[in-house]
Design a binder for this molecule. Structure first.
Ligand SMILES: *[C@@H]1O[C@H](CO)[C@@H](O)[C@H](O)[C@H]1NC(C)=O
Ligand SMILES: *[C@@H]1O[C@H](CO)[C@@H](O)[C@H](O)[C@H]1NC(C)=O
Ligand SMILES: *[C@@H]1O[C@H](CO)[C@@H](O)[C@H](O)[C@H]1NC(C)=O
Ligand SMILES: *[C@@H]1O[C@H](CO)[C@@H](O)[C@H](O)[C@H]1NC(C)=O
Ligand SMILES: *[C@@H]1O[C@H](CO)[C@@H](O)[C@H](O)[C@H]1NC(C)=O
Ligand SMILES: *[C@@H]1O[C@H](CO)[C@@H](O)[C@H](O)[C@H]1NC(C)=O
Ligand SMILES: *[C@@H]1O[C@H](CO)[C@@H](O)[C@H](O)[C@H]1NC(C)=O
Length: 273
């Protein structure tokens, strides 16, 4: 990590020097230098301010980005910060120089949090994959990704051994579909915790995603349905058969009646004759 330490205030980039110099009349110098903040967390490309403080007159030839100057302090703006670096508040008195360095951490916030469920339609008991990715984020070692079902965390991941350059963060988690999965939204939360470095906690959550759950029909329900259908089919066949049989009988009876009547008529005719 490159840092320039030009002894007398010619910092290319952000320079903040606080020199608190106590220069007693005796010529003996006791230095104390303060910088505020002592750690700086700056979004990539952004600017920030540093306050260099002294308790006696401060002589400094500091940068062109001097914002404000009081006998007790000087305030600088550092701009377009693009790399991690260290800058210094400094002050020289009686030929002695005192430095106070300020470490500058450049961060790339999680601008986008992308969540993908695969497949989006799944049967209870089957596997599905939740994938969360965040493009270009830094410092990766301060990033935590959490997969959520509703408000409930399913899986959490932190990253280690990262470089200062922005990198894509990605996690995948395999899960088995439950009936209640369909009733909650899935989401992914990215948290970049810069608090230990003097920054804030940056949180961003993905768009919610819905998992469509398909419930297979339970076996005994299937059996009941098959039984009912069979019974209905049987009743239908039986009624068709009965109709047929009764129809035949009725037909025969009618023909049988005609036969009796005809015989009767024949009988009467022969009786008259
Ligand atoms: C700079 O720091 C000094 C001492 O802490 C403080 O009194 C002063 O208000 C600060 N200036 C600004 C602009 O914050
Ligand atoms: C910021 O710095 C980059 C390179 O570090 C440079 O290309 C760009 O022009 C600078 N932008 C401004 C506004 O100074
Ligand atoms: C700043 O970072 C960029 C890319 O991250 C790199 O190309 C460049 O050399 C760095 N500049 C310094 C001064 O380290
Ligand atoms: C910053 O200052 C501290 C304490 O004075 C020192 O230990 C450290 O090495 C310095 N860091 C840099 C990068 O100069
Ligand atoms: C952030 O990263 C720094 C450097 O690796 C580490 O010391 C610190 O504990 C991390 N903080 C969190 C909250 O992850
Ligand atoms: C998830 O399952 C797939 C295959 O179904 C496998 O390739 C992958 O390694 C698994 N991932 C995890 C994190 O277990
Ligand atoms: C899921 O998210 C959608 C879109 O944000 C929302 O309309 C819906 O109410 C959410 N459902 C639940 C169960 O939270």
């Amino acid at each position: 990590m490159p840092f320039e330490m030009s002894p007398f205030c010619r910092w290319g980039l952000p320079a903040a020097l606080l020199a608190l110099l106590f220069c007693p009349g005796s010529g003996e110098a006791a230095f104390e230098v303060f910088a505020s903040p002592e750690q700086l967390v700056v979004k990539h490309g952004a600017s920030s301010e540093i306050n260099c403080t002294t308790i006696s007159g401060l002589e400094t030839t500091l940068s062109k980005t001097l914002l404000d100057k009081q006998p007790q302090w000087e305030r600088y703006r550092v701009s377009n910060v693009s790399n991690n670096t260290v800058v210094y508040c400094h002050f020289t008195c009686s030929g002695k120089q005192m430095l106070r360095n300020v470490s500058v951490t450049v961060f790339h916030p999680p601008e986008q949090v992308l969540l993908k469920l695969q497949p989006t339609w799944v049967t209870v008991g089957n596997a599905f994959t939740i994938e969360c990715s965040v493009p270009a984020v830094a410092p990766l070692e301060n990033l935590t990704l959490t997969l959520l079902r509703g408000q409930e965390p399913l899986h959490m991941h932190t990253f280690v051994g990262a470089t200062a350059a922005p990198q894509a963060a990605r996690i995948t988690h395999n899960s088995t579909a439950h009936k209640e999965d369909g009733r909650h939204n899935f989401s992914c939360r990215a948290e970049l915790d810069l608090r230990p470095r003097g920054g804030v906690l940056i949180r961003r959550t993905s768009e919610p995603q819905v998992l469509e759950i398909h419930e297979p029909m339970p076996d005994n329900q299937m059996v009941i349905i098959i039984a009912v259908v069979s019974v209905l089919l049987l009743l239908f066949v039986a009624s068709v058969l009965l109709c047929f049989v009764f129809g035949q009988q009725w037909h025969q009876r009618r023909r049988g009646n005609y036969g009796v009547q005809a015989a009767w008529r024949r009988l009467r005719r022969s009786y008259r004759a």
